[in-house]
Design a protein around this ligand. Structure first.
Ligand SMILES: Cc1ncc(COP(=O)(O)O)c(C=O)c1O
Length: 339
């Protein structure tokens, strides 16, 4: 293996040595299979290709200051994938099988877990797809669950430096009673046009509004939204956003820091009242937002004095990272050590 330039890794695909797979057939999952192939041999009428029977997850492993590898909250990702499977009538991957697969693939690819202090991590990507052939619109009888990994750098090139986001009114990523609350490919396909345009117009990503009324902030393309107002952490409550595990963790930490936490609809006008705003997710933990432009009205909301993240966002970010890197005790059982 050539020396990996850990400091300059993009957030992208990186070939590693192995991935693990299991197949659902006749009502049961097979033993885990280890392979070095990056390819899947699949029927051309597989339901994942035609009817979107596809769900995925994203979680990370980190090397701690003590040199041990830590995976963050993998049981929560397993539970979210169960919800995604239920939402698309796919075979459910039991939590134990999910965690066994994740542990195995990390162990097999240990040399790709970036060392402590390089600002990089090992991204873990579980994938569940319907594989058997159907032409009528029906769920598959057979499924495949696979997990691959790869070292990644920061999701937004800014890292923890503040980004700009754009509120958009002319696209939705998910319908109110649709699939926004589960992690399925269709939501991301639906977000591509808005995301690409936001990029082209100079923004890191698009901020979607609630699809029904277009009055409330929903979430960013790949992350949840939060605002800090005085001593309160406010984050949108909406049926069409993905329940972020990072957001859940930040709410716990905010409460422990003595803050009030509110999960409720966040009207666009409230953006005027926040001291700090940010996006949160596995990819970056927190991406502080320095500017939000409303694409329809042209109105701009500005945060971040001197281009710096706010003090509370910084505190939350460093606290969560410290737990992930073993610098602070894991008092909630969020960490699984890989030996
Ligand atoms: C649409 C969307 N919202 C929010 C998140 C953040 O969720 P998490 O913190 O579990 O990574 C993600 C990333 O998984 C996402 O794709």
């Amino acid at each position: 293996m050539n020396q990996i330039d850990w400091k300059n890794l993009p957030f992208g695909y990186f070939k590693t040595d192995y991935n693990v797979r299991t197949y659902y057939k006749d009502g049961k999952w097979s033993e885990l299979e280890v392979t070095d192939s990056e390819y899947i041999n699949m029927h051309m009428a597989a339901t994942c290709l035609h009817y979107g029977q596809e769900a995925f997850e994203g979680l990370k492993a980190f090397t701690g200051a003590d040199g041990r590898i830590r995976i963050f909250r993998m049981v929560e990702n397993a539970k979210r994938m169960l919800n995604s499977a239920r939402g698309l009538l796919m075979a459910e991957v039991p939590v134990d099988l999910f965690t066994e697969a994740v542990l195995k693939v990390v162990q097999l690819n240990k040399k790709y877990v970036p060392p402590y202090g390089e600002g990089a991590s090992l991204y873990i990507r579980p994938l569940l797809i319907g594989t058997s052939a159907e032409v009528g619109v029906k769920p598959a009888r057979e499924y495949m669950f696979l997990v691959f990994v790869g070292p990644v750098g920061p999701y937004f090139k800014e890292g923890f430096n503040p980004v700009k986001m754009q509120i958009i009114h002319d696209y939705d990523r998910a319908a109110p009673l649709g699939t926004g609350h589960i992690k399925v490919g269709g939501n991301y396909a639906a977000s591509l046009r808005a995301g690409q345009r936001a990029h082209a117009e100079g923004y890191s990503t698009a901020l979607f509004l609630d699809a029904r009324e277009k009055k409330y902030i929903d979430e960013a393309g790949p992350a949840n939204f939060f605002g800090i107002k005085g001593n309160t952490y406010v984050t949108p409550k909406s049926v069409s956003i993905l329940p972020s595990i990072t957001n859940m963790s930040l709410r716990t930490l905010a409460e422990e820091m003595g803050m009030k936490v509110e999960q409720r609809p966040v009207p666009i006008e409230e953006l005027e009242e926040f001291d700090e705003v940010g996006a949160c997710g596995t990819a970056a933990v927190i991406s502080p937002i320095c500017k939000i432009q409303d694409r329809d009205t042209g109105h701009e909301y500005n945060y971040c004095k001197n281009g710096q993240a706010g003090t509370i966002s910084s505190k939350l970010y460093h606290k969560l990272k410290a737990i992930q890197e073993g610098l602070e005790p894991d008092t909630h059982g969020w960490i699984t050590i890989v030996d």
